[in-house]
Ligand binder design. Structure first.
Ligand code: GLN
Length: 309
């Protein structure tokens, strides 16, 4: 039996919130620095439509790196397996998400996986459309379908703030362009990538998206296959091996569910064939994951034996 009531969830939230003071809000994207480090919001979405939530659930978060797993799904659908994995690899790095180090030491200069920034930039490059607006619109439409919410958009302030300060991501792009992994104009790709990362929603929407991945790509209401089963499987595998940056191994051992985090403090979880989870707690640990969010998931996984291993 899984968590049954908002009160049960609230108890876990109140306990986990205590560690938020040991974390730090990301401010390398200046607009993210405005978040309140003490916030914590969680939601669980079940296939029967039940949605539980607790904490500061009115807050909206930008997806940041969580968007990487969704853009990967779209691009796999757009371009197919062979094409995508010609541009990006499948191996975890053990390095921080924005590291440039491995690119130069590999024989073929392709990013090791789609969850690090270099790999995500290569993936976003593959989103089909005739201009940035059209490509963003396609991604937004896909996200709206998965969340069951046609009002989801992106936060202009956060997108702009990252665009103005993304010097490292620009460097990654130029490296990838030098090696033929990306072919488009770097400023154009960054425009799309920063808007993708700034796509904004609450933790209930996030849990609904997690549920679609958890249900092998099937929309729980319409029963439509919105992501092919094989694509959902690939995405969940990346969530396990690389979804929590260079803390993915520890997360797999302690929590054991496919999950993807972002520097905004969001975490999307997909408990296979059971439920989707959305978490938002902006204070981060030293590896860039929501410190209270991890604490919450640890307790949730322990209480309800959620580890898939
Ligand atoms: N937009 C962020 C960046 O590229 C995403 C990183 C993250 O969430 N870890 O730096």
């Amino acid at each position: 039996m899984y968590c049954q009531s908002n009160d049960e969830l609230l108890e876990l939230v109140n306990e986990a919130r205590k560690v938020a003071k040991d974390g730090k809000v990301a401010d390398y994207i200046p607009a993210l620095g405005k978040a309140n480090p003490g916030d914590l919001a969680v939601a669980i979405h079940y296939p029967d439509g039940t949605c539980l939530s607790a904490g500061d659930i009115e807050r909206k978060i930008t997806l940041q790196s969580i968007s990487k797993v969704i853009s990967l799904a779209l691009v796999l659908m757009d371009r197919g397996y062979e094409h995508v994995f010609h541009h990006v690899g499948m191996e975890p790095t053990g390095d921080p998400f924005n590291s440039i180090a491995k690119l130069e030491t590999m024989d073929v200069a392709k990013p090791l996986n789609p969850m690090i920034n270099a790999g995500a930039l290569a993936v976003t490059h593959l989103i089909i459309g005739s201009n940035v607006a059209e490509r963003l619109q396609r991604l937004l439409k896909f996200i709206q379908t998965m969340a069951g919410n046609p009002d989801i958009g992106y936060c202009q302030e956060v997108a702009q703030s990252e665009f103005e300060t993304a010097f490292l991501n620009r460097a990654l792009c130029y490296f990838l362009k030098e090696h033929g992994i990306i072919k488009e104009d770097v400023e154009q790709l960054l425009d799309l990538y920063t808007k993708q990362c700034a796509i904004e929603m609450n933790c209930l929407d996030l849990a609904r998206i997690g549920l679609v991945f958890a249900m092998d790509g099937v929309d729980p209401d319409s029963k439509a296959q919105v992501i092919p089963k094989d694509v959902a499987r690939i995405c969940k595998t990346f969530m396990v091996t690389c979804g929590m940056y260079n803390a993915s191994g520890e997360f797999a051992i302690k929590i054991g569910i496919p999950a993807k985090s972002g520097v905004s403090g969001g975490i999307m979880g997909a408990v296979p064939r059971k439920f989707g989870i959305g978490v938002f707690g902006p204070a981060l640990d030293e590896k860039g994951n929501s410190i209270a969010g991890i604490k919450f998931l640890e307790q949730l996984s322990r209480n309800y034996s959620l580890s898939m291993f």
